[in-house]
Design a protein around this ligand. Sequence first.
Ligand SMILES: Nc1ncnc2c1ncn2[C@@H]1O[C@H](COP(=O)(O)OP(=O)(O)O)[C@@H](O)[C@H]1O
Ligand SMILES: [Mg+2]
Length: 480
Amino acid sequence: MNDLNMLRSIGVVASESSETEARVILRENEEKRVKVEDLVLVENRNGGKILAILRKGHGCNENLRASSYHPGVAYARIGRNPSTAKETYDFSLSVIGEIVNGRIQQNKKIIAPGSEVKIFEDNDEPMKLLAGNKHKLTIGHYEGHPNWRVPVNADFISYHIGIFASTGGGKSYLARYQIIPLLREGGYDVIVLDWKGRDYAPYYPKDQVLSISDIALDAHTVVSYLDKKMGHFGYSTSGGTILQALEDFIYSEKWRGLSVKEFRIALEGSIIHSVNEKRLQSGRPFEEEQRFKRAYKRLTDNDIQNILGTKTPKDILKEAREKHILIIDMKKTGKDEKLSVFLTLANYLMERMQNDEDLYLALVIDEGPQYCPFKPEGIQQETTDIIIDLCALGRTHKLSICLLSQGIAGEIGINAAVRRNLNTQFIGKIHPLDMNEAGNWLSPFNIDPRFLLSLPPGHFYFMGSMNPSPIPLLITFEIE
Ligand SMILES: Nc1ncnc2c1ncn2[C@@H]1O[C@H](COP(=O)(O)OP(=O)(O)O)[C@@H](O)[C@H]1O
Ligand SMILES: [Mg+2]
């Protein structure tokens, strides 16, 4: 353990302090070394040692007040160097807590003005104070200090995780490099829903990647998929006798397990038999047959391959248990099919939990707004509802939902009811439209939401239940 008395002093606490907030006036030249987000120790003159983070830096020079006339201002105007005699620098302190017997507790004493403030440096180990003996798992490292692995409270994994950053902010990388290994160490098997098949599938061994076309779709989805692929048989809206014939065929389930070639023969035979039973050469039945044949030409072998999958949710879960990390590669199919596969899986997990099973399973849902947008409609309403149910039951039955989204709130964000269920958050570089929401979350901790606009990729504020610190910590991680 590092010796807390050996730390370098950087300044003293200014007047107007409280038990949660204070400002530190920096000693001369410390402003050239000390940075925002640095970790410090306050030797409270009222008793106790307090761990805190420097935030919201502030520079002041009495001689350079821009809005009034001073000799300093006059010098500046004629290009002479202004005096630094009346220059001061200070930072806000965001209090993490008081260090008692090597552990962090809530600070209850007022931080005395004039208390000395000391900085933690690379070879000190402040993260050990946060971890105590309880929190063994870690995530990434504290920004600027690669050897400060940030501790995690694993008890709250099943209280769900939200990862928010605009496109290119490093969400998928965070999930791949940090969250998935963390979930594994916490004893959870992981199923990843890779919406585009680009963020996870290429990076895992082939036997851990399942193509969405291997998964059995329910009959309802298959009908709407085929109907769409065949251009609704030339009708402007779906319906009509051909669609009915298609439904009869698909709902009969007789096609399951056929090869593409066999499927073609069965489908064609069945539909022509239905719409033109007597094989007439003119009239309405004949026209319907022609209409079907024209549409049928648009159906490729690939399209058919996509619906011939045989794996059930039960098989998927079994594979996840064997391989521990299973990626579902969702490229190649349309949005509705992807969401429908998700629904089938989610329904199955609900069933297992309703039978009182603890799952120790995590679902990583990348591209979250596709599943639970701000204002869901149609199938997205169903997926949104079931995510809320999964979250509710998952807390006690050890199903962790980890949702990634490029936006937090509003049009670019995710559904508010889902968001309320994600008790741990990682917030990276945000979209300017999210300034308000990010401000609501982070301003209480002296984090300026404007600072979030310019965070580099892979930098995230870690906050919420899984963070042993009551205030958000800025973390990052190395990539190969
Ligand atoms: N920790 C990191 N350090 C450096 N670069 C990173 C880090 N994380 C992500 N990146 C860079 O950011 C890019 C975008 O990351 P990605 O996870 O795909 O973003 P998102 O999923 O938010 O759109 C990556 O291609 C990578 O080059
Ligand atoms: Mg991504």
